[in-house]
Design a protein. Structure first.
Length: 304
């Protein structure tokens, strides 16, 4: 197990204004581009699931190494320029002190807050990893095509509970996906040109109107009607069998996850927001490097 994280006061003496600095930058950036909030949350998630929350997803490939960000599941990540912008301002204030892993964790939280989503405490003190390998993104990240057994394995292997799995899936209440993520369910589910029977048949024509069979680039809302709003509407959709991904539909195939979906679909969001805050704090501490492990990167896209 990794070391416990330090408190939010980790930089009290070395960079006391770090949270305020990041918050100001993110307020500016997200007010101009609110659609980047969901990708920044996803980037933090993708970072933490591969080698822990160590900023390894931010590293660029070199001629000798294909890095995580060039692994297939990460090719659709967006918002790296926001992390770099925050790092630049933090470096100007406190050179060589704050890790990129901490900045990414703060950015994800502040981006959610800017779109009136949940706000959670971010313990600080992560160090940056020095290793980033594209192939690990394929093995370590949960996939939108995973069934419930596989999803539970992914989460429990990271020290997260089955409840965390269904809570964090609720992050799909905001943002978009490429049609690529749903094409197989619509057009070729078992390889015979068929549609996934677990999709609401009344919903299929709508999805097909948005996503043609060979379309990989069009963006489709994950929570139609409220994809800009952080709410419990995702669970209502899943319960209606209108979750976009196989992994969304899979939440109905387990007693514990389906019970939570039903609970949230019938509630008014306050427990979901509280649960999401708690699960994000847990997720943000997966496999962190602390103390003298790792390094404090000067630039987030390259090891020192």
């Amino acid at each position: 197990m990794s070391m416990p994280m330090a408190s939010s006061g980790f930089y009290e003496n070395t960079c006391p204004k770090v949270e305020a600095i990041v918050q100001k930058i993110i307020a500016e950036k997200i007010s101009l581009a609110p659609s980047l909030a969901a990708p920044l949350l996803r980037m933090h998630f993708h970072d933490c699931f591969v080698r822990g929350c160590d900023g390894s997803v931010l590293i660029d490939s070199t001629k000798n190494n294909q890095a995580e960000k060039d692994g297939f599941p990460n090719l659709s990540l967006r918002g790296f320029q926001i992390i770099d912008a925050a790092k630049t301002v933090v470096e100007a204030a406190c050179p060589g002190v704050v890790s990129c892993a901490d900045i990414l964790a703060l950015v994800a939280r502040d981006a959610m807050y800017q779109i009136k989503g949940p706000y959670w405490p971010v313990p600080l003190g992560r160090r940056d990893g020095r290793v980033s390998i594209a192939s690990e993104s394929l093995t370590d990240l949960p996939s939108p095509f995973d069934n419930i057994t596989r999803l539970k394995e992914h989460f429990t292997s990271k020290g997260l509970s089955v409840k965390d799995l269904v809570v964090l899936s609720g992050g799909h209440t905001i943002g978009t996906s490429h049609c690529l993520g749903v094409a197989v369910r619509l057009y070729n589910f078992t390889g015979k040109g068929d549609t996934d029977p677990s999709l609401d048949s009344d919903y299929v024509p709508y999805l097909k109107s948005k996503c043609k069979p060979t379309d990989t680039t069009t963006l489709i809302e994950m929570d139609p009607g409220s994809f800009r709003t952080f709410d419990e509407n995702y669970y209502t959709n899943v319960l209606k069998r209108r979750g976009l991904f196989v992994s969304d539909a899979a939440l109905l195939n387990d007693y514990e996850t389906s019970a939570y979906v039903k609970l949230q679909a019938q509630s008014h969001g306050s427990t979901f927001l509280k649960d999401f805050q708690e699960s994000m704090v847990k997720m943000g501490q997966i496999g962190v490097l602390t103390g003298s492990a790792g390094e404090i990167r000067q630039y987030c896209n390259a090891i020192n």
